[in-house]
Ligand binder design. Structure first.
Ligand code: CMC
Length: 376
């Protein structure tokens, strides 16, 4: 009799972890015990990074030191040779390919690259978390034939990224929205990319390698790539009046609608409501609510027809689009935030490591006779 569990490791508990808790029936998400609804209201992405890595809320002194480090130009800037590598890439290279290649290349410049001690890993963690927004923004500028903009240590992670992308300091609403989006994406238990990071870390490989593995997993449309696909769908639909018939037809054709469904949540993803509110507020500020209206109709139809609910990827893209961010940069933004969670998981894995090496149940032939090539 087969001992294989449900496909896709559904409901398999792989390990214990102190980092993140999801209640899929109640629609709750906790980082280190703190409800994301409270963190969205009262915290910031930068504080959440500290919480995820250190396991407790920082004191004022700890937070000040952490914020100073994460905003420091020494941590945020890319080595000049890294900029030269970016310039050498074909312009058509997708932003996610750049993120994957870029993090891998950054390890070659990191003085602690091969050192897996906790202190060295925290130093690397700080650098890679601070460098990722610079990398994403630099590629956006380079592919448009413009010079990258240097990071500004006076600006928060959210505001600095938007500034490096556009050359303009963001409005307070755009900064706050972006900060909340980063907070909401920072961790999510043993999702596919985090698991990829932990499997890699469990071989005693280094932090950058684990992050590169995670980026590869995040890129796919069933995971982080879904936010980009949602916006492409919105563009295809074109106007709110066309949304209902578009979705009815898509569902009749058994299409998978991106931004819906989840392996763990049986109700609406608790992150979706925050992103809907913020996308809506930003849409009002820029005077274009059509993406939000399209998504509202899509949401109603999909939930009514399929009994599946919006996930984190449904409204994030509408908020980013209202800030003028190109669609193919949505998944790199997800990586800029989730890197905080990946790092927390690598630290936890390394602190109590055992190689992750499951089995498969063999279903191939067992008595194949080798036939010499001339006789095949
Ligand atoms: N659109 C249409 N039908 C769906 C969808 C969807 N988005 N999601 C699930 N279903 C249906 C699916 O067709 C299947 O129906 P049936 O049993 O009749 O064949 C049933 O629901 C179960 O689907 P599943 O694929 O076995 O479920 P899963 O737990 O393996 O998949 C998922 C989870 C997230 C991959 C899936 O819901 C999906 O493909 N969603 C769209 C992609 C997406 O939005 N991904 C982002 C996930 S959240 C953030 C992140 O992780 O990055």
């Amino acid at each position: 009799m087969s001992t294989v569990g449900k496909a896709g490791l559904e409901d398999v508990v792989v390990s214990t972890s102190d980092i993140c808790f999801i209640d899929g029936r109640e629609g709750r998400l906790l980082y280190r015990g703190f409800d994301i609804d409270d963190l969205v209201e009262q915290s910031s992405f930068e504080e959440v990074v500290f919480l995820l890595w250190q396991g407790h809320l920082p004191t004022r002194k700890e937070l000040d030191a952490h914020v100073k480090a994460i905003r420091a130009t020494a941590n945020r800037k890319l080595p000049p040779k890294m900029i030269a590598i970016l310039r050498a890439l074909p312009r058509k290279t997708t932003p996610m390919e750049v993120v994957r290649t870029g993090v891998s290349a950054l390890s070659a410049f990191d003085p602690d690259a091969a050192d897996n001690s906790r202190d060295a890993s925290i130093r690397k963690a700080m650098r890679v978390t601070a460098q990722l927004p610079t990398l994403v923004a630099a590629w956006e500028r380079i592919r448009r034939g413009k010079a990258p903009i240097a990071p500004n240590p006076k600006l928060s992670t959210a505001a600095n990224f938007l500034y490096m992308m556009t050359g303009k300091k963001p409005t307070p609403l755009a900064e706050q929205t972006f900060d909340v989006a980063l907070t909401l994406h920072a961790d999510h238990e043993f999702n596919a990319s985090t698991f990829a990071a932990r499997v890699t870390a469990a071989t005693l490989s280094d932090l950058h390698s684990a992050i590169v593995a995670a980026i590869g997993a995040l890129k796919g449309p069933l995971h982080g790539g879904a936010n980009e696909q949602v916006m492409l769908m919105v563009e295809k639909i074109g106007s709110p009046e066309r949304a209902e018939s578009f979705i009815k037809k898509a569902l009749a054709e058994k299409a998978r609608i991106m931004g819906f469904g989840h392996r763990v949540y049986r109700v609406e993803d608790p992150r979706a409501k925050h992103l809907r509110r913020l996308a809506s507020e930003l849409g009002q500020q820029v005077g274009d609510m059509s993406a939000v209206r399209i998504l509202d109709t899509v949401g109603r139809e999909v939930t009514a027809e399929k009994k599946i609910y919006p996930n984190v990827d449904l409204y994030s893209g509408a908020a980013y689009a209202a800030m003028g961010i190109p669609t193919d940069q949505f998944t790199p933004i997800f990586a800029m935030s989730r890197v905080a969670g990946w790092i927390a998981h690598v630290l936890e894995q390394h602190a109590n490591n055992r190689l992750i090496r499951p089995r498969s149940e063999y279903t191939g032939p067992t008595r194949a006779t080798y036939v010499p090539i001339e006789q095949r």
